[in-house]
Write a protein that binds this ligand. Structure first.
Ligand code: MG
Length: 218
């Protein structure tokens, strides 16, 4: 079982489902040639996809093009079923740094055929995740710098202010479809600058006030 930890408060949550937003930053949607969607586009990763700081992403043999996407992760601390926007933030326990590892070649082939993306997004090691900080430590989650470097070179440098759907709207929307439980995690989408990593590369991902992690590629 994979565990999400908030070290400062000694809280631990067994990780449940990981609900992810696609195309939640306009500049990123554009760089992949996608239109900005009318509403949130959702997919999920299984809890088994999670690895931690200092761990290694293992690119599956069925892909030749693995991409990084740094994202603000929201940890749910209280059950949320069809909650309104106004009270949505009461269900957040903390924030962390995630990398939504994506097999872009596989995803593009599946998209072209109208098939689900699961094997491009949810494979083992596809969700590097840092420790979490308590929600109270992050007064404004919509004004945070997100950064990802590969081998010391900055590739993504964005701001959570540029999210199209903001966290209260995201929680309200998701919780109307899938009940969110303590230990569930939401990945809120990635800013522009995504790209390929190869075996031997080292990624450093960080989010202002939230934390950071180093992840290796094999
Ligand atoms: Mg993503």
């Amino acid at each position: 079982m994979k565990i999400a930890k908030i070290p400062a408060t000694n809280q631990q949550f067994p990780i449940g489902k990981i609900v992810c937003l696609a195309r939640n930053y306009a500049e990123h949607a554009k760089e992949l040639g996608n239109e900005t969607p009318a509403g949130p586009v959702l997919f999920m990763k299984p809890a088994t996809s999670v690895i931690g700081d200092g761990d290694t992403v293992r690119i599956p043999a069925y892909s030749q093009e693995c991409h990084y996407e740094v994202e603000l992760a929201v940890l749910i601390g209280k059950t949320a079923c069809a909650v309104p926007v106004d009270s949505a933030m009461e269900h957040v326990a903390g924030y962390g740094v995630a990398i939504d590892m994506t097999l872009r070649d596989v995803q593009n082939q599946l998209k072209a055929k109208g098939l689900p993306w699961d094997i491009a997004k949810g494979f083992d090691t596809s969700c590097p995740l840092s420790g979490f900080v308590a929600a109270e430590q992050v007064p404004d989650p919509h004004n945070l710098n997100l950064k990802l470097s590969v081998n010391g070179e900055v590739r993504q440098n964005g701001c959570s202010a540029d999210m199209i759907n903001r966290i209260p709207q995201i929680i309200a929307h998701i919780s109307g479809i899938f009940t969110l439980e303590p230990g569930d995690i939401i990945l809120t989408g990635t800013p522009a600058g995504v790209g390929q990593v190869r075996s031997g590369d080292v990624m450093d991902a960080s989010i202002e006030t939230v934390g950071g992690m180093t992840v290796y590629i094999q």
